[in-house]
Design a protein around this ligand. Structure first.
Ligand code: ADP
Ligand code: MG
Length: 361
């Protein structure tokens, strides 16, 4: 498997002062792919990146870059020999050097340096800004200088550690689009570290969800969002509520109705929790004698939609995303159901089990 992957990490372990920080991390990145390393603060993302870059040494495991072993057992190639380009949160561009000198920093000397620098500045949209000093640039422009400097060396892999966290929200969206298109134009292989799931979904060809020094799931954005393998991933990847259920043969009985889980191998009577996201839940005002299965607690108007908060009869709290045309004031008794065709994920402890709602066409 390793020959077609530009970066291969196998069984990485790392402790600081006998405290394990990286448990047993393995992944591969195909050439030209962006891997988003996503997880809460302190889960080991930066350490993983620093191990790949060579700023930290492994306790055990192996790292290959472009078919070459760069770290293993007692062997560690220094960072400058690993063909990695780094982009940091705080840009780490040199304040006393001009934009052009920053970009040219690692290129050494020679006739091609000026040309290469000009090419890179042109690419990041700073063609005539080479003589300016970093403080004269906006945060977004400084981050483009950092990216130009990283790409100038034609690295085998670009490592980006929370590169947008110093930018304000509006600029962030723009800069992340620019960075993605620059990485893609260059066919760059990249590892992108973030704690922001939306950023990971936007940038990652693959997402590795990390928790407490381990990768809980590695897959496409769609896979990790729609088919979370663990309860942690379901909670971390988006607003997820949980509703209790009980297995009854190939179904789960719950306040939301009887949900089919065709290939389920759990004995009847097993207690599970059903993961429910706002887009999964259909709502109807309960009418007449049938008083529904819950009550509207509150609603938040987001402009294009309402997000309703519903207290179910079993006391669990769920959210439902509705068009602004559905007008149900707080206090309304409602019937909440899972939308047809939505995949249902339930959890037995930490572990996911899946099923498909039958279409009601
Ligand atoms: P993340 O980037 O996901 O926020 P880090 O990789 O920076 O997490 O840190 C993971 C854990 O390792 C944290 O508990 C952090 O305190 C610890 N850690 C990181 N670097 C060092 C170090 N040089 N010495 C001791 N502990 C460290
Ligand atoms: Mg970090």
């Amino acid at each position: 498997m390793s020959y077609k992957n530009t970066v291969v990490c196998q069984h990485l372990h790392k402790s600081f002062a006998d405290q394990p920080v990286i448990g047993n991390v393995s992944f591969g990145i195909q050439r030209g792919d962006i891997l988003a390393l996503l997880g809460p603060s302190g889960c080991g993302k930066t350490t993983t990146l620093r191990l790949i870059a060579g700023f930290e040494t492994l306790d055990s495991g192996r790292i290959e870059i472009d078919g070459r072993i760069v770290a293993e057992d007692n062997f560690s190639l220094p960072p400058e020999k690993r063909r990695v380009g780094m982009v940091f949160q705080d840009y780490a561009i040199f304040p006393h050097l001009s934009v052009a000198k920053n970009v040219a920093f690692g290129l050494g000397r020679g006739p091609q340096v000026d040309e290469r620098t000009a090419t890179m500045l042109h690419m990041v949209g700073l063609a005539n800004q080479g003589a300016r000093m970093p403080h004269e640039l906006s945060g977004g422009q400084q981050q483009r200088v950092a990216l130009a400097r990283a790409l100038a060396l034609d690295p085998a892999v670009v490592l980006l550690d929370e590169p947008f966290s110093n930018l304000d929200t509006a600029l962030r969206q723009q800069v992340r689009r620019e960075v993605k298109s620059l990485l893609k134009q260059n066919g760059a292989t990249a590892v992108f570290v973030t704690h922001d799931q939306e950023e990971a979904l936007f940038l990652g060809d693959q997402i590795a969800v990390m928790n407490d020094g381990l990768i809980e799931q590695l897959g496409t954005p769609e896979e990790v969002f729609q088919r979370p393998r663990t309860r942690f991933v379901a909670e971390f990847m988006g607003k997820t509520d949980f509703v209790p259920g009980v297995v009854n043969e190939q179904t789960i009985e719950s306040t939301l109705g009887r949900l089919p889980l065709p290939q389920m191998a759990l004995p009847s009577g097993t207690v599970v929790s059903i993961a429910v996201r706002p887009d999964d839940v259909a709502l109807q005002a309960a009418e007449g004698v049938e008083m529904g299965n819950g009550r509207i607690i509150s609603r938040q108007f987001t402009g294009i939609a309402y997000i309703y908060q519903v207290r179910l009869d079993d006391d669990s709290l769920i959210h439902s995303w509705q068009p602004h045309t559905l007008n149900l004031p707080p206090g309304t008794a409602v019937q909440a159901t899972i939308r047809p065709d939505h995949t249902i994920t339930a959890f037995h402890g930490q572990q996911a089990i899946w099923g498909q709602q039958a279409s009601r066409a």
